[in-house]
Write a protein that binds this ligand. Sequence first.
Ligand code: ATP
Ligand code: MG
Length: 173
Amino acid sequence: MSKGLLIVFTGNGKGKTTAALGMALRAAGHGLKVLILQFIKGAWSYGELEALKRFDEIEIEPLGSGFTWKKETLDEDARLARSGWERAVAAMKESPYDMIILDELNYVLSYGLLPLELVLEAIRKRPTKLHVVVTGRNAPEELMGAADLVTEMRRIKHPYHDQGVKAQRGIEF
Ligand code: ATP
Ligand code: MG
């Protein structure tokens, strides 16, 4: 039996996006087709962006390099979130993919830039074999309720939080 899973990686600890990238790699090894849509990510995701270009099975698209999260640009952020979401919906419908990763979608949802209902409905209606992975802090309760697999990354130590060590290439981006 194969069942498309809804997978959520959330929590305040490091490793949510990394875990999703690991799943993409594992899936690609079996020839499964993976689409990674990076909500809110721009210049910081270049490590994975460059590395994953080497895999024919994986497509990765940063959607939101324009997000600023300032009050004055909230309309623009919401517009970016919606156009990113339209891309996600189209990808889920047509789905030539076996797995779709919606990286940092939880942020977009927790900032109220996209209606949760819309997201839940599209996920519910997806092709039955399609795996969907959602990452980001503060996953909405209803999303976790709908999920088949939820893992919470919990910070015990983090080099920035505890020592002020700035983001390093290969580790954070
Ligand atoms: P990663 O992309 O490394 O897997 P993540 O997806 O779990 O991290 P995000 O919430 O997307 O984490 O945050 C991205 C950045 O914030 C990463 O550079 C990460 O190292 C950093 N970060 C994550 N957790 C913490 C924390 N508890 N304190 C400080 N910085 C953190
Ligand atoms: Mg992340």
